[in-house]
Design a protein around this ligand. Structure first.
Ligand code: NOJ
Length: 561
């Protein structure tokens, strides 16, 4: 089998808790996923990535793991997992697991032993430091709105948590930790799993050394932050590749926030032999105020988006490989974010798909994106379950005195729960997600936005995704070709060319809710241009000057002289 099958694949991401419930407890489960595999197959996806299914107290819904080698009871059993894997493979699909290795839950057996006993071999699995005269060892804050240090009274020291308080960071400097993690990775890959998505890979090596006790004594260490992409990250990845990935024909994708294209190449470069792909978030940070939190909103500038995506395309061209994603379980819905969830929902959702998924890289489609699911309109904080959202609300409203209305505006734009509302299967009770009470409220627009309706409509967003995916497969050579941006400064148009020696694909998108004019460039063949895909009826001709409707997208195939 050829080893880079992931380059030709389309990945569909499933958030198990919200995908399909099979037993009426209001929580999605493995049997639920099995019952929907044909849906994923008909979309044209090749690989399914499932978010964590391991036992967890669910402080962070599965990203706080207590045992990496079992299945959480509410999702099913290991037998269910084996059945899922078999059913996935029977349909010619592949399965990628989500693997959390930067931290464990504080309920994990390792941590429980470590917190009680300084002499335990598990103590050094985590980072422990004495406090300073100010309290915590440093003043670094986490994305969850708290200090990254938590005091633990049994031993009178602080442990490090870059995420929530109950997610203690593992100490990758300790070889025993690394070997224990590799062993758990092999446990799943030996079962025949086809790849791993690695959570917060960029955090496993801390950039600045963790200050020693002497540093405190000498007053050097008070606020020394330690940041992503630390100095030993590539040692760890080389080791992980040798110990794990090189032994299997699997794909690897690492989540690597705050990574630049240059750094991206060091992770995915073909000479480096580390990961196949990474998720960077530079295009997801363009609607937040620089240097502030993602809650601090700012309108997207199209030129910024073009510039960021193009930099990644060019930097990794022929040397690395990109992930192409708008959505995941941490991001709001793209049609609400960069499109128009009202009048032009269908047009803008289709245009957004064309813009991104015809670039070079592996597309990742997040459950419900193919339906044009929107952000939830919940205006009461009680309707949100995500710890990041809830913590931020309390901090800003009760500690910092923000106006609750302003905070709710940020939540309505950016909460992770917009991605996590139950999948909208049909217009029946709870959108067909569960017979019981859903763990998170269903978006009330399920009566018109749902899979059953989309499957029956040849003009639906879903039907467009199918066409787009099959176009990628039909023109697989062009999908490996080069990428070049046209009109970098145009405030409405996002246009680019993909090309090989013999053919070109011209991807024209009006990224605005106003009409726009595209002037066909003289250097591109026009007479024989063939329209392969469009989100509007009519307007097939490649005229010298094309009037594009709001959010119109057209994809033309051209021959090269
Ligand atoms: C990234 C995951 O995608 C997110 O959901 C989680 O909260 C953090 N990592 C911590 O594991």
């Amino acid at each position: 089998m050829k080893k880079d099958w992931w380059k030709d694949s389309v990945v569909y991401q499933v958030y198990p808790r919200s995908f399909q419930d099979s037993n009426g407890d209001g929580i999605g489960d493995l049997q639920g996923i099995i019952s929907r595999l044909d849906y994923i197959k008909q979309l044209g996806a090749d690989v399914i990535w499932i978010c964590p299914i391991y036992p967890s107290p669910n402080v962070d819904y599965g990203y706080d793991v207590t045992d990496h080698k079992t299945v959480m009871e509410s999702y099913g059993t290991m037998e269910d997992f084996h059945e899922l894997l078999e059913e996935v493979h029977r349909r010619g699909l592949k399965l990628v697991m989500d693997f959390v290795l930067n931290h464990t839950s504080t309920e994990h057996a390792w941590f429980k032993e470590a917190e009680l006993d300084k002499t335990s071999k598990y103590r050094n699995f985590y980072f422990w430091r004495p406090g300073t005269k100010h309290g915590p060892p440093t003043d670094l804050q986490s994305d969850y709105g708290q200090s990254v240090w938590q005091y633990e009274e049994h031993t009178g020291e602080y442990y490090l948590h870059m995420n929530a308080v109950k997610q203690a960071d593992l100490n990758w400097e300790n070889e025993d930790v690394r070997q224990a993690v590799y062993e758990m990775m092999r446990f799943w890959l030996d079962k025949g799993v086809d790849g791993l998505r690695i959570d917060q890979l960029h955090l496993i090596s801390k950039k600045e050394y963790l200050p020693s006790y002497e540093d405190y004594v000498q007053g050097k260490a008070e606020s020394k932050p330690f940041q992503p992409n630390g100095r030993r990250i590539h040692d760890y990845l080389t080791e992980m590749t040798e110990e794990v990935f090189s032994q299997y024909d699997v794909m690897s994708v690492g989540e690597a926030g705050t990574v630049t294209p240059e750094e991206g190449l060091t992770y995915t470069g073909t000479d480096e032999h580390e990961l196949n792909m990474i998720f960077h978030f530079q295009h997801m940070e363009l609607d937040q105020q620089p240097g502030k939190e993602h809650w601090d909103l700012k309108p997207l500038e199209l030129s910024d988006l073009k510039s960021v995506l193009t930099k990644w395309q060019k930097k990794l061209e022929n040397k690395g490989w990109n992930t192409l994603f708008w959505c995941n379980h941490d991001q709001p819905r793209i049609v609400s974010r960069f499109g128009d969830e009202g009048k032009y929902r269908k047009e803008s959702a289709k245009m957004l798909a064309s813009v991104l998924y015809l670039m070079k890289g592996t597309p990742y489609i997040y459950q419900g994106e193919e339906l044009g699911m929107t952000n939830a309109p919940f205006t009461r904080i009680e309707d949100y379950k995500d710890i990041q959202t809830v913590n931020m609300y309390h901090k800003r409203v009760y500690e910092k005195g923000y106006d609750p209305k302003e905070v709710m505006t940020s939540i309505l734009a950016k909460s992770r729960d917009h991605a996590r509302t139950p999948m909208q299967w049909n217009d029946g009770k709870h959108a067909g997600f569960t017979d019981g009470t859903p763990w998170l409220k269903v978006n009330p627009n399920y009566t018109s936005i749902n899979a059953a309706e989309a499957l029956a409509d040849p003009d639906s967003i879903l039907s467009y995704y199918k066409k787009l995916i099959s176009l990628r497969k039909q023109y697989a050579d062009l999908m490996k070709g080069s990428y070049d941006l046209l009109l970098p400064d145009d405030p409405q148009l996002f246009v680019y060319i993909r090309q090989t020696d013999t053919r070109q694909l011209l991807v024209i998108n009006n990224f605005s809710d106003k009409e726009a004019i595209f002037q066909w460039p003289d250097e591109l063949e026009r007479e024989m241009a063939q329209l392969l895909l469009s989100n509007y009826d009519g307007g097939r001709e490649a005229l010298p000057s094309i009037e594009l409707k709001p959010f119109e997208s057209r994809v033309y195939l051209l021959k090269r002289d």
